[in-house]
Design a protein around this ligand. Structure first.
Ligand code: 26M
Length: 820
């Protein structure tokens, strides 16, 4: 029997049917007639997984034999989204599986719907990591994703009485068929205690005596490439008490103490922190960071010693990308492992370390830059504090020499901020320990060099790079928008665009083709009907697919300015109330996004959106032309329904604040037009699609800076702008809060008297541009032309391009194709 005939590897319809029934029977103990939808999902998942394992093993063999450098992507978050559909696509068996399902009498869509997504991330940063895993595998790059196997991912969002309510995300409840536990792959991680020096072979060495040891256990998930045989590895660490604890308890009689230690150990990987910016340095968060950094490095060292028998040349076999500062502690941990555990001297250890790491910054917001108090850091990781001090001492000597004792600069660059109760600056540790530092969009990378890391750029200009973010067309076109995918394949003659998105340029000539416009309109309308159905069933609201779908979905943050969008809606509402027959383009406004549970202003913005929705949707004078919907529990699975249906994508952050944005890319590559500021990757999207196909508005980052420097007085803007004042008054009047004048006061007063993200400064420009959007909408031919050109010109924003940039400019790695 040849391999392709095998029940676990074959891709024909008959083989898939056979394998499904086999898995249903032998893994789930069920048969077709009694299988629940969840049983069916599990059997389907195992059927797909079998086919992945074959590729995975062969890939591992190929990589090992090639001796190529491995990219290790260290990230506290991986927001993968549902696996099943994505893996069917990447295996190239979506259609044949659908047919197999039909012949078995299964409801294929219902099976896909069963999957609970692994929400192991907050938003952009975690989703980017997932897109990069997809592209790494597709580009056949030897790579491992390393992270934390949180038992509870990002909370599920409920909306009750317009307020966000958080529910814990028990994603492992029904089992996870995509992962393989590796019980024998485990590493100890120490916490607390103290250090001692001792003599060893005439040299002084350091021993760390911890008061807690936690064990990290590996759980592996295969990550398939698209249309290739390569399958890479995502290895997530779960925290446990080492088995010896139980014996200790038995011996000392301290049963309670042992149980307590076990609970303490297991707490480390219990829950994802639901903030997308760090606040009050939480001890558990630092433990999580060190835990997964240490396990991952120990694993790399194991692999290196297994293959080469020596740690010399480690940096030639591994390159470690730090996804923001969350894993930056790895810089000090690799030093510790090399020096304390593998008895290396400082200089060669530092040489290896500095040539191993590269660091990506994802934010400029000062409140989001991670620091840890020396007190907490030293108590939890005493040996690592010593190493950080030594890295700093040697580094500052260099700075002193280079800038001849420029004391102010030395204080600014130190790894220790002495100004605010002594804190370790993790971005500085990451920068000093890396051979390359990058931002995530052109504008952001320039700002990194000129603001937060300016002093470092003065010292090492050659280490600074830009790699503009991208998103995977596999998930965000093929899985989420199959109609568009089919159309694109038809136009291009084949599906080559999926791996080479620049080929979509061949659509440009069709932008004026009447027949093609008809196809485009049909596709969009169908997607909008699907979304309308979904919203009716899931959210209980009716929307009209004929209206302009105006969508803003992303985490709720003041800097992202969802409230600017709301002010536009209220102004439209007031205009219609004042002039009921006024001719406005009918719109459906869709919002979605989670607020950090402790971020009160963000939660109040959600309440405001829902309150405005309640009033407007019930007002018969306007509700044929205005509708407002808040889609609860915005996550990857739900998001997939939105991108295909959006006409207008809201990317309206305060200029200079959004590092890149990636939702902006997902919308534009599905044919939505963007209304946006000159911020993050918006700048580059506009460059690519053309100024005339992008609704730009707002002050530039420099203009806003100048305004602020001159003394920004938002209330004065209000005095001049009647409609703005009136919109704020309407909120304050209690119209949207059943007469309660207090409810939204904090929000209104914040805008009037602080307005830290300059919403009011951009209000008028935003409204004017929105008026143009409405005019443009009235000319469907023109609108469709713009929409087609957006899709045709978004090739740059495939994460394949981003990963190629990393490979060529930073990692210096090449594809290693695996053969089946
Ligand atoms: C840190 C400490 C404690 C708890 C949470 C955190 C934390 C978690 C996520 C901090 C930041 C986090 O993410 C920031 C983020 O998502 N940044 C976004 O990254 C995207 C990918 O580069 C960009 O497109 C977005 O512009 C940027 O906001």
């Amino acid at each position: 029997v040849g391999e392709s005939d095998h029940i676990r590897t074959g891709l024909s319809k008959e083989q898939l049917k056979q394998a499904y029934i086999d898995n249903l029977f032998y893994l789930l103990g069920r048969f077709l007639e009694v299988a629940t939808p969840h049983d069916s999902y599990m059997a389907a998942a195992y059927t797909v997984r079998d086919r992945m394992l074959d590729r995975w093993i062969k890939t591992a063999r190929t990589y090992k034999a090639s001796q190529a450098r491995t990219v290790c992507y260290l990230s506290a978050e991986f927001l993968l989204g549902p696996h099943l559909a994505k893996n069917l696509i990447n295996l190239g068996i979506m259609e044949v599986s659908r047919e197999a399902g039909a012949e078995l009498g299964l409801d294929f869509e219902a099976i896909l719907e069963q999957e609970e997504e692994p929400g192991l991330g907050n938003g952009g940063l975690g989703r980017l990591a997932a897109c990069y895993l997809d592209s790494l595998a597709t580009l056949q790059i030897p790579a491992i994703g390393y992270g934390i196997r949180y038992e509870f991912g990002i909370f599920d969002q409920l909306i009750e009485d317009g307020w966000q309510v958080e529910k814990s995300d028990v994603w492992l409840r029904d089992g996870n068929p995509w992962e393989l536990p590796r019980p024998k792959l485990r590493f100890p991680v120490r916490f607390g205690g103290h250090t001692e020096t001792f003599q060893d072979d005439g040299r002084v060495r350091v021993r760390w005596i911890p008061d807690l040891v936690v064990e990290g256990r590996a759980y592996d998930t295969p990550i398939l490439g698209y249309g290739v045989s390569n399958a890479n590895l995502l290895r997530l660490w779960s925290a446990h008490a080492p088995e010896s604890f139980d014996f200790q308890a038995f011996n000392t009689g301290d049963y309670y103490g042992a149980v307590h230690a076990k609970v303490e150990a297991e707490t480390i990987s219990k829950v994802l922190y639901p903030n997308d910016e760090p606040q009050a340095g939480k001890e558990l968060r630092l433990k999580q960071q060190y835990f997964f950094a240490s396990c991952s490095l120990q694993d790399m060292i194991r692999l290196q010693l297994g293959a080469a028998g020596t740690l010399e040349g480690f940096h030639e076999k591994f390159v470690v990308q730090l996804n923001d500062t969350h894993p930056a502690i790895a810089v000090a941990e690799l030093m510790r492992l090399l020096i304390d555990e593998h008895r290396m001297d400082w200089e060669p250890a530092w040489e290896i370390t500095r040539r191993t790491f590269a660091f990506t910054n994802h934010t400029l917001l000062p409140e989001a830059l991670e620091t840890w108090t020396v007190a907490l850091f030293g108590r939890l990781l005493p040996r690592l504090l010593e190493i950080v001090y030594e890295i700093n001492r040697r580094f500052l000597d260099k700075v002193r020499m280079h800038f001849l004792g420029d004391e102010a600069r030395i204080a600014r660059m130190s790894l220790i901020d002495e100004g605010h109760g002594r804190r370790i600056r993790m971005a500085h540790l990451a920068t000093v320990g890396s051979f390359a530092i990058n931002g995530v969009a052109e504008m952001h990378s320039e700002l990194v060099k000129s603001t937060i890391l300016k002093d470092f750029h003065d010292l090492w200009p050659e280490r600074f790079h830009n790699v503009t973010n991208g998103v995977t067309p596999r998930r965000f076109i093929i899985v989420s928008n199959p109609r568009l995918a089919r159309l694109l394949t038809e136009c291009c003659g084949d599906d080559g665009w999926v791996r080479d998105m620049d080929r979509l340029r061949s659509l440009e000539p069709l932008a004026d083709d009447v027949g093609f416009h008809e196809d485009w309109r049909r596709m969009k309308t169908a997607a909008k009907r699907d979304l309308a159905d979904w919203l009716r069933r899931r959210v209980g609201v009716n929307v009209d697919p004929e209206t302009l779908f105006d969508v803003q979905v992303k985490r709720i943050h003041e800097y992202k300015r969802q409230h600017l969008n709301v002010l536009h809606i209220i102004t439209l509402y007031e205009r219609l109330k004042a002039e009921p027959n006024r001719d406005v383009a009918p719109r459906t406004f869709v919002f979605g996004g989670k607020a950090a549970p402790g971020y009160l202003m963000a939660k109040l913005i959600i309440k405001l959106i829902n309150s405005v929705a309640e009033v407007i949707n019930q007002d018969p004078q306007v509700n044929d032309r205005l509708r407002v919907v808040f889609m609860p529990d915005f996550n990857v699975k739900n998001a997939q329904h939105l991108y295909p249906a959006a006409d207008l994508s809201e990317q309206i952050s305060m200029a200079g604040k959004e590092a890149s944005g990636t939702g902006n890319m997902k919308f534009a590559m599905n044919g939505a037009l963007t209304i946006g500021t000159l911020d993050g990757a918006n700048v580059e999207i506009r460059e690519e699609v053309g100024d005339e196909n992008f609704f730009l508005f707002g002050h530039t980052a420099e203009q806003l800076q100048r305004l602020q420097a001159e003394g920004y007085r938002p209330w004065e803007i209000c005095n001049d702008r009647f409609e703005l004042r009136s919109a704020l008054d309407l909120i304050a009047s209690g119209l949207f809060s059943h007469g309660d004048k207090e409810l939204f006061r904090p929000l209104v007063e914040n805008l009037l008297y602080q307005d830290p993200f300059m919403v009011l400064a951009d209000y008028e420009l935003y409204l004017d541009r929105q008026t143009e959007v409405s005019h443009a909408w009235r000319d469907p031919k023109h609108w469709n032309r713009m929409s087609i050109l957006n899709v045709a010109r978004m090739g740059k924003f495939s994460s394949d391009r981003s990963i190629r940039d990393y490979c060529e400019r930073i990692w210096r790695v090449r594809p290693v194709p695996a053969e089946l």
